[in-house]
Design a protein around this ligand. Structure first.
Ligand SMILES: C[S@@+](CC[C@H](N)C(=O)[O-])C[C@H]1O[C@@H](n2cnc3c(N)ncnc32)[C@H](O)[C@@H]1O
Length: 247
């Protein structure tokens, strides 16, 4: 194994110098993925919800269709039954999850804004999956604190998707690591944060992007050092870091 100076130097080699390719180099390529692989397979209720959400002024917040497809498949792959979502907005990722779960599967869903959830709710109801969802309006952290107080909840969740206030990700992690089962998954969304994680300090960034960037950078550093999880960061959507609980 390479050590000290030699090891450090090899880590600094740029991916292009050893032929590693980044796939997503253009909007056209992303559009190709959506039109070739994602939209033709997007379930009708998700399409309807995506179109409703597109008309909402905060539509930039929605989970992308390719990420929804990824979550849906992931949940089936791990046979998840009991899940949690922090950050619902109009419910695209929530519906992608609900459609993937078995009929007796559950989602504890939290958001400070019920109004946006209610925009998508009729579509969720029409899809016949509303019975899987326990929506709680309000900040997620106090709910997690309450759940952790009861040992019965420890290690009880198969899958947790976090897509809310980035300045709380590390606080969420402290609780979620107790609530997810050993071998279960937590997905943290937006860990590439509009690509701003590699922007120079003086880059012109939108105010909210700049505000949360330091929290995302800090979270990315902390999660990689957490021995309780194995991780993988995927460039899907705005970047999703999957964490599998080890102990
Ligand atoms: C990026 S959006 C979620 C997108 C959603 N996953 C989707 O599929 O469209 C982030 C959401 O987090 C919610 N949020 C912000 N702070 C929160 C908090 N402390 N607790 C719970 N939800 C919060 C916001 O109201 C917003 O709806």
């Amino acid at each position: 194994m390479a050590t000290n100076g030699e090891g450090k130097q090899s880590q600094q080699i740029k991916h292009q110098e050893i032929g590693h390719k980044s796939l997503l180099q253009s909007d056209a390529l992303y559009q190709y993925i959506l039109e070739t692989t994602v939209y033709p397979r997007e379930p009708e209720p998700l399409k309807e919800l995506r179109e409703i959400t597109a008309k909402h002024p905060w539509n930039i917040m929605t989970t992308s269709a390719d990420e929804g497809q990824f979550l849906n498949l992931l949940i089936k792959l791990i046979n998840a039954k009991k899940t949690m979502e922090i950050g619902v907005y109009t419910g695209y990722s929530l519906l992608a999850t609900a459609l993937a779960l078995p009929d007796d599967g559950t989602i504890l869903a939290m958001d400070i804004n019920r109004e946006n959830y209610e925009l998508g709710l009729p579509v969720i109801q029409k899809a016949g999956v509303a019975h899987k969802i326990d929506f709680r309006e309000g900040p997620a952290l106090p709910v997690l604190e309450k759940l952790v107080e009861d040992v019965k909840n420890h290690g009880s969740f198969d899958f947790i998707f976090v897509d809310a206030d980035k300045d709380n990700y590390w606080n969420y992690h402290g609780k979620l690591i107790e609530l997810v089962k050993v071998g279960g998954l937590i997905g943290y969304d937006n860990t590439l944060w509009n690509g701003s994680v590699v922007a120079p300090p003086d880059a012109p960034l939108r105010k909210y992007v700049r505000y949360y960037r330091d929290f995302v950078l800090e979270f990315n550093k902390d999660i990689v050092a957490d021995p309780r999880v194995e991780i993988c960061q995927l460039p899907v959507g705005d970047g999703i870091t999957l964490c599998r609980r080890l102990k």
